[in-house]
Design a protein around this ligand. Sequence first.
Ligand code: NAP
Length: 317
Amino acid sequence: MKLSPALSAGGGVARSPKILDGKTLSRAVGRTVAAEAAAVTKRIGRAPGLAVILVGENPASKTYVAAKHKFAKECGLVTFDSHLPASTTKQELADVIEGYNNNELVDGILLQLPLPAPLDGSEFVRMIAPTKDADGLHPMNQGLLLQGAPAPRPCTPLGVMTMLDLALSNITLSDTTTLADLSPASLAGKKAVVIGRSQLVGKPMGFLLLERNATVTFAHSKTPDLPGVCREADVLVAAVGVPRLVKRDFVKPGAIVLDVGINRLPDGKLCGDVDYEDVAPISSAITPVPGGVGPMTVAMLISNTLQNCKRNNGITA
Ligand code: NAP
């Protein structure tokens, strides 16, 4: 593997960082998924299907769900839509999930989180058939991740890994780029720090980095000297939920900085967990917010659905 100049030098960075454009990269994922979905459709006589379940009227969730339907359709998938009222009972939601578990046209089920109180998201994620889990959050699939066995991986960390592959490649994204143009980068000998240890992002993120042979540190709210710990990182992932927590003094010159955070500021604007303006000049590659990890999460959900369909139909190529 060829490391980016800044990473291989391990020292100061003099040139502008590579901006990891999640919107453009997600279109490259989409081209790959569309081509594979077309081949699968021909082979099994139906398109891969994604079911999206939304409970309540959370405006952010509605936006995310709309983006997921749109991306899936653009890639040639069929989508099923269950928009349930916030007053939905446990039994009603369980019945909807069970219906999709038993529906042969559905390969991926996404339950949009968070659920309105008193519904508990993790209780219902467990009801999704693991083989139809589009988000990769079912406990069985999280266990398979720990074992390094094939299973749907959590979408956001998966998207971050693809951005890392882009960071460590020499390719320039274009209208014809596909995932075939990127190869999985080895992180042997590199230190990765993940700030955050949630089930959704931080923990699976760390294990995906470990799979690529990085030496991984998890940092969290009880970590002393957070800037010092982060400064060790060749690859720094922030999944915290604190606006612009990561400043220049957290970052080793030449590090790759991947910002998962999506925070809404009082003025309505979005920002990440990284102070982009402060950090970008000393990084070798960095994700913007918005337009970074967010679009990749959507793309990976659709990719997971396709992969479920292939796995469940014995298609290996
Ligand atoms: P979460 O469940 O609230 O976890 C946050 C983690 O950050 C926890 O492990 C917490 O530590 C740690 N933390 C909080 N404050 C900290 C501090 N001051 N210093 C160090 N660590 C601190 O959040 P999440 O679900 O992982 O999401 C994290 C961020 O990613 C949020 O902004 C969320 O909106 C965003 N997100 C984005 C996408 C996307 O597609 N881009 C997807 C999912 C989430 P403790 O464990 O010690 O409490």
